[in-house]
Structures are given as structure tokens and as C-alpha cells.
Design a protein around this ligand. Structure first.
Ligand SMILES: NC(=O)c1ccc[n+]([C@@H]2O[C@H](COP(=O)([O-])OP(=O)(O)OC[C@H]3O[C@@H](n4cnc5c(N)ncnc54)[C@H](OP(=O)(O)O)[C@@H]3O)[C@@H](O)[C@H]2O)c1
Length: 247
């Protein structure tokens, strides 16, 4: 491998790669020559995305992954490191958003959000960090949300999980050796399946107007590509990307 290839070609793990932002990021990074490793629960979707990447001349690996299971996430990272000899980037993107007001008491859905959006992120950090420390470098990318910066009715628990994602990622940055870079990407409204899991009628109605203006998932993939494409001494810590019309 030449020096320029070593800089340009990275092994990038992406959680929640079966749709939306994760899928767009996988396609974008693979197009740029990175080797992507895709994780999510819907293996059929992952296989289709890998086929699409390979048909375009790129390289992709897939593995069924449930980020709420700490051992599963560790095995995802370990298998990638064993296969490729290293991990350069983990994009902790998997997340769910079944919104509702607190007084609807949909407590199982609160647990789902805490499980995927907070525990899942921590599991991703725990899985990749030993590899980054052993290698003397790496890059954590957290897909948080505009909900990490503002709370809205029906989004209380979701926003709390994203505030947590922001805090965990910023704390990680402060604690780590500078050889390991840390980026939080906070999207506003993005076209994806995310809102499909909202089954509370009131929240669904509220979101219909809120989500009328949306950016394509490619816009978030662009931001992730920009952050990981910087030279090793440059750490892009935070990016907020939202539709121009979103207040
Ligand atoms: N769309 C937006 O407006 C928006 C705005 C701000 C932030 N975000 C954030 O962006 C991230 C991606 O969301 P998206 O908009 O691309 O929505 P999406 O299309 O619904 O994608 C969510 C991804 O997360 C995966 N996932 C969910 N639970 C998982 C679990 N337990 N284990 C592994 N994978 C899991 C899903 O895959 P499987 O179901 O196959 O497991 C899917 O690939 C989320 O963290 C979301 O909070 C989205």
C-alpha cells in the first residue's frame, strides 16, 4: 500500500446501515474507495446494499447487528478488525425515534430509544476503543440530532437520548488521546424511514408538518465524508446540518 492509499482508504464500520443515513453513508464512502462494514438487524437490506456497492466496484462486508446487545457490537468490531487488520472509523448511527408525549406513558418505547440511541452508542465506543488504542489512532463519528440541541413536545425522551449522545461524544473527545478523533454530526430533518416507527397519533400528526421540509440522507453522508477526510491533525468536532427552512 502506498502512503497516499494509506491516507485515503479506510476501514469504516457503520451501524444502522440498512436504510436512510447509514445506507447513504455506506454508498458514499464506498464510492470514495473506503472499505465499509455494514451492521443492522435487517440482513436482507444489508445484502442488497453490499451488492449495490460491489456492482459499482466498491468493497463492503455485512453482519447482522443489534446495537442494544453489547457482546454483539463487540463481535462486530472484532470481526472487522480481524478481517481487515484494523478499524479506522466507526460511525455510530443506529437509532430509533418512536415519539410521543410523556403522559402517553409508552414506557416500552422510552426503553427502546434509550437502548438503541444511548446504550447502542456506548456499546459502539466500547467495541472500537480497544482497537483504536492498540492501533494508535481511529475516529468515532456519532450521528446525534438537532434533538441534541433543542427539546420539542413529543420528542422529550428522544431528545434526551440525543443530548446524552452529544454529551458522551464530547466527553469522549476530551478524555481521549489526540490520535483518536471524535465527530458529532447533528442532522435536522432528513428523508428516511425514521418517523415510520411513531405509532402515537398525536406525535405522528405533529411530525407531519415538522418533517415537511427535509434534506436527503446524502447531505449527511457528505458531512461524514468531510469529517473523516481531514488530515490526522484536524478534528472536525461538530456539524449541524438541517434544511434551510427548518427553524
Ligand atoms: N431522519 C432524520 O430526520 C434524523 C434527524 C436527526 C438524527 N437522525 C438520526 O440518524 C440516525 C439514522 O436514522 P435515519 O434517519 O437514517 O433512519 P432509518 O432509515 O430508520 O435508519 C435507522 C437505522 O438504525 C438501525 N437500527 C435501529 N435499531 C437498531 C438496533 N437495535 N441495532 C442495529 N441497528 C438498528 C436500522 O436498521 P435495522 O432496523 O435493520 O436494525 C436502520 O438502519 C439515527 O440515529 C437517527 O436518530 C435522523
Amino acid at each position: 500500500m502506498t502512503t497516499s492509499q494509506a491516507v485515503l482508504t479506510k476501514v469504516v464500520l457503520i451501524t444502522g446501515a440498512s436504510s436512510g443515513i447509514g445506507r447513504a453513508t455506506a454508498l458514499r464512502l464506498a464510492r470514495e474507495g473506503h472499505q465499509v462494514v455494514l451492521g443492522a438487524r435487517r440482513e436482507d437490506r444489508l445484502a442488497m446494499i453490499a451488492q449495490e456497492i460491489e456492482a459499482a466496484g466498491g468493497k463492503a462486508g455485512v453482519r447482522r447487528l443489534d446495537v442494544t446487545d453489547r457482546e454483539d457490537v463487540a463481535a462486530f468490531a472484532d470481526a472487522a478488525a480481524e478481517r481487515h487488520g484494523r478499524i479506522d472509523v466507526i460511525v455510530n448511527n443506529a437509532g430509533v425515534m418512536p415519539l410521543s408525549r410523556l403522559d402517553a406513558l409508552l414506557t416500552d418505547q422510552w426503553d427502546q430509544m434509550i437502548g438503541a440511541n444511548v446504550r447502542g452508542l456506548l456499546h459502539g465506543i466500547a467495541a472500537a476503543l480497544p482497537h483504536f488504542q492498540r492501533q494508535g489512532g481511529g475516529h468515532f463519528v456519532t450521528v446525534a440530532s438537532i434533538g441534541a440541541h433543542q427539546v420539542v413536545p413529543t420528542g422529550v425522551v428522544y431528545c434526551a437520548t440525543k443530548y446524552a449522545a452529544w454529551a458522551i461524544t464530547e466527553g469522549l473527545r476530551q478524555e481521549l488521546d489526540p490520535s483518536i478523533r471524535v465527530t458529532t454530526v447533528s442532522p435536522g430533518v432528513v428523508e428516511s424511514d425514521l418517523a415510520d416507527s411513531i405509532n402515537d397519533t398525536l406525535a405522528r400528526e405533529a411530525m407531519r408538518a415538522y418533517r415537511a421540509d427535509a434534506v436527503p440522507p446524502d447531505s449527511i453522508a457528505d458531512a461524514i465524508s468531510y469529517a473523516i477526510g481531514q488530515p490526522p491533525g484536524v478534528d472536525v468536532n461538530e456539524l449541524v446540518i438541517r434544511p434551510a427552512r427548518q427553524r
